[in-house]
Ligand binder design. Structure first.
Ligand SMILES: Nc1ncnc2c1ncn2[C@@H]1O[C@H](COP(=O)(O)OP(=O)(O)OP(=O)(O)O)[C@@H](O)[C@H]1O
Length: 658
């Protein structure tokens, strides 16, 4: 691909804010091709302007390829070009724009303030250290005057983004990423390196296609925090990225794939736990990589990957049906003398016996039951064992399979082969994976640098397997990066959703805890609307009215999501709504909409009594199941970009925040 033009995210955002007529006119001008004019008196002669319409001009960096930096009324474009300078960050090698006039205007004021203070924020750091971390001379001057983080924040929109981020981390007592020591400091290389902020296109047609992608669908640009992890040169082993809902974790996954493809011939596996999620990743990846690179990536769910691996050796696989599965656990429960229920047995088998590949009673007596709540005495384990052994016999020895047993078989097949199918594996939504799936991931790639890039959110765990990664041969050491800024949900919805979780901590897959503190959302919107009705019929009528209202406001049907806790309630809603996404709360995972309605959030339905371990059998297991139901409501509530409506009939769910 020839890359004849580069475009900065700021240009794209400004274009997106124009009215349709101006957008059209700018499009026509871009199609004709750019003519740039030098700006007399510019502090950096590489900054030019290009006239686009009678009122609008682009700020352009004269480089190879030319970079469209900003889009402004012509006077303003000239002023930006006059007072700024283009530089290459000394640590990361990315392109930066510094407003020199503004820094020089502020410096005397900040110096005067600094003289009054007894200490300044960066006193403990030498100039050499700051320079090595990419702080440029004009920024260093003003950084020296800063007293505290609050004062630093006043410079957020003045300093180049990456330098601001570095200073903020240092001021917070944290260590920024080590410098990458870029091999070349020239502008062309810097443009190519600034992947998350600058897109390269092969001409006006491709540029217009990029500009036509609505902001909610664009996956091209990253914030500096996202960019720092997605384009980190290399991790010496498995790395994790944790972040709350809407922090751009899936976007980071896509860019990590792009980065790996630029550095290695692959092949790369991009995977997640469901086909819906991998289908969405697959669609978005095509925005980022070209056809040659695309050919070196497999995008498929863990279930399909496992199925492919096993069926290649053994032919088509027959999976157990839901009815057979239910019968199996009812049989197993009978073999325990009826002392334990089918639900408990299934969880015990999946999370202990099968998770640890326990083969006999002695193994079971010795097995740890981390995360399983209720303590069991030796006598109880002995009572349980015949039921568990029968489940193992049916599920492992006969030809009947579940997705999890197939994952385990695939893991064993791959583990026994010297050649691994992938050079790198990138996984989204790791919080829901079962140990068998972790074993499969581990076996899909040889241990080494950049083997596993794991992305997730412990608070969105909705399938209940608790895993300790080091025990799966996945040691992430201190390679955990956290993302905190939410780009999807409004602050009002995020606050409400966090209250559903009741401020609990979730274990972080790594033996520690991941706390909710630090989530933030910059956008604002209406508070969630919570509506109660006397009967289900009235609630459905209220839903239909609300959806009709949104449609009348101009919200397209496919930008509306409706979810219920159970398939039956969802089916009923689906039958009365056309073109709108209607599904279970589980099915909302990973999706997003402009408006979301959660229905049937009543006592008895949320939490779903059928999904709870009976409290008398196992109080701790019960508490964990309730927590999982909270996570589910949290996940469903955070799917909306604009507003959330929650309804119930009869008695409201006890999980709703008061
Ligand atoms: N740097 C960014 N600039 C603008 N929008 C962004 C940015 N990063 C993410 N977004 C937007 O935020 C939304 C959420 O991103 P994404 O789906 O990657 O988040 P996530 O962390 O995987 O979410 P979840 O865990 O809730 O499924 C998307 O609409 C995406 O386009």
């Amino acid at each position: 691909m020839t890359q004849s033009l580069a475009v900065h995210v700021d240009f794209v955002n400004r274009y997106g804010r124009l009215d349709p007529a101006r957008r059209e006119a700018v499009g026509v001008a871009l199609e004709r091709g750019l003519t740039t004019d030098p700006v007399p008196g510019a502090r950096d002669e590489r900054l030019r302007t290009a006239t686009l319409t009678d009122r609008l001009s682009a700020v352009v960096v004269a480089a190879d390829p030319p970079l469209l930096l900003g889009l402004h009324p012509t006077d303003e474009a000239t002023a930006v070009a006059e007072r700024s300078a283009v530089t290459v960050n000394g640590a990361s090698g990315v392109l930066e724009i510094t407003d020199l006039d503004e820094l020089e205007r502020l410096l005397p004021e900040y110096r005067k303030e600094a003289e009054k203070a007894s200490a300044r924020l960066f006193d403990r750091l030498t100039d050499d250290r700051l320079r090595a971390l990419g702080i440029s001379p004009p920024v260093l001057d003003i950084a020296r005057t800063i007293r505290d983080l609050d004062q630093l924040r006043t410079l957020e929109n003045v300093l180049p983004e990456a330098q601001y981020t570095t200073l903020h981390l240092l001021g917070d007592g944290l260590t920024p990423d080590p410098p990458e020591r870029p091999e070349s400091g020239d502008l062309a290389a810097a443009i190519r390196r600034s992947q998350g902020r600058i897109a390269l296109v092969d001409g006006p047609a491709e540029l217009l296609a990029l500009l036509a992608v609505p902001p909610s669908r664009q996956r091209i640009f990253l914030t500096p925090a996202q960019e720092a992890v997605a384009y980190r040169h290399s991790f010496p082993g498995p790395a994790t990225v944790f972040g709350g809902p809407g922090t751009g974790k899936s976007v980071v996954a896509l860019h990590r794939v792009k980065h790996l493809l630029a550095r290695s011939a692959g092949p790369v596996l991009l995977t997640s736990f469901s086909d819906e999620l991998t289908d969405a990743l697959d669609r978005d990846l095509s925005q980022l990589v070209d056809a040659t690179q695309r050919a070196a990536v497999r995008v498929l769910s863990l279930g399909r990957f496992a199925d492919e691996t096993v069926s290649a050796e053994q032919g088509p696989i027959r999976y157990v049906t839901d009815a057979e599965h239910e019968r199996l656990w009812a049989d197993a429960a009978r073999r325990t003398g009826g002392r334990f229920g089918p639900h408990f047995l299934r969880r015990e088998w999946e999370d202990v016996v099968f998770a640890q590949r326990v083969a006999d009673l002695d193994g079971y007596l010795a097995a740890g039951r981390r995360g399983r709540g209720l303590r069991l005495s030796t006598a109880q384990k002995q009572q349980l064992w015949p039921g568990l052994a029968e489940a193992s016999r049916v599920l492992l020895a006969t030809g009947v399979r579940t997705p999890l047993t197939v994952a385990d078989q695939a893991a064993q097949l791959l583990a026994s082969r010297p050649d691994k199918p992938f050079a790198h594996v990138v996984v989204d939504e790791v919080q829901d994976l079962h140990p068998a799936q972790w074993r499969l991931l581990r076996a899909a790639v040889a241990a080494g640098p950049d083997d596993l890039f794991l992305i997730g959110d412990p608070h969105q765990r909705i399938h209940g397997h608790r895993v300790h990664l080091a025990g799966m041969g996945v040691d992430v050491g201190d390679r955990t990066v956290r993302l905190t800024a939410n780009h999807r949900t409004t602050a009002e919805v995020l606050d409400w959703a966090v209250r559903v979780l009741e401020e609990t901590d979730s274990d972080d897959l790594n033996g520690g805890v991941d706390s909710m503190r630090g989530y933030r959302a910059a956008r604002h919107g209406p508070a969630p609307e919570v509506v109660g009705y006397l009967t289900a019929a009235e609630e459905f009528a209220g839903l239909a009215e609300a959806v009709a209202g949104w449609r009348a406001e101009g919200v397209p049907a496919d930008e509306i999501g409706v979810a219920a806790r159970t398939p039956a309630v969802a089916d009923r809603a689906r039958s009365m709504l056309d073109g709108v996404f209607v599904g279970t709360m589980h099915a909302l995972k990973g999706l997003e909409f402009r408006r979301v309605a959660l229905i049937g959030v009543n006592a008895g339905a949320v939490p779903d009594s059928a999904a709870l371990t009976p409290e008398d059998d196992d109080p701790l297991g019960y508490a964990m199941d309730v927590q999982q139901e909270r996570s589910l409501l949290f996940v469903a509530a955070t799917r909306t970009r604009e507003s959330l409506r929650v309804s119930w009939w009869g008695t409201p769910s006890p999980l709703l925040p008061r």
